[in-house]
Design a protein. Structure first.
Length: 198
């Protein structure tokens, strides 16, 4: 959980949207402290279990030092969100190109899922000529890691690697760091003063 430097709550079995603000703040603090102890540095990003963010989740995360959140799926590019104390970056997270949803919930075949990844990648690569986009893929080893599924995933990943000269294969924390290094207003969303660039 911590090696990616983003947090995913204490368990994916409990939603946080129904917590009172004080309880949600305590949850974020516990998770942050635990990852910091085990990884040597605090996480910089957050994803709520089951997208169960509350009306104050982004406020609490920004106040706790988080720099990005992956609970919002409203765009194919990162977007700045306003919080009560500054801003936090929303980095796209995939709903469809997510092995758990595609293979377990919707019961697509492994071949179908690999085709989805390839088609999404090719379309977004073409669209990204005009602007940078994020083409996220969510993989869970207990789902896609099954021997009868992995071969198709390898094919899709190889397709992406074959185009690596024109893309940036990276992690959310690196996307966040890059965007933070850009001039203000380079990325859609709220406009903050320079001292709000937390």
């Amino acid at each position: 959980m911590g090696t990616r430097y983003w947090a995913h709550s204490e368990t994916n079995s409990e939603e946080q949207r129904h917590l009172r603000e004080v309880e949600e703040r305590a949850l974020i603090r516990r998770v942050t402290e635990k990852i910091t102890i085990h990884e040597g540095k605090p996480p910089v990003g957050w994803m709520s279990p089951w997208f169960s963010n509350s009306a104050v989740t982004t406020d609490l995360l920004q106040e706790a030092g988080y720099r990005y959140v992956m609970d919002w799926t409203m765009d194919d590019q990162p977007v700045w969100l306003r919080t009560r104390a500054g801003r936090i970056l929303a980095i796209p997270y995939p709903i469809e190109t997510n092995d758990n949803r595609a293979l377990v919930w919707f019961r697509y075949t492994s071949e179908d899922f690999a085709d989805m990844i390839v088609d999404q990648f090719d379309e977004m690569r073409q669209q990204s000529i005009g602007q940078p986009l994020v083409c996220p893929i969510s993989l869970h080893p207990f789902v896609i890691g099954r021997p009868y599924r992995i071969r198709h995933l390898r094919r899709a990943l190889q397709h992406m690697v074959d185009h690596r000269d024109g893309i940036w294969l990276t992690r959310p924390k690196d996307i966040c760091a890059h965007i933070e290094s850009l001039p203000i207003r380079s990325v859609p969303g709220i406009s903050c003063q320079p001292d709000d660039r937390r």
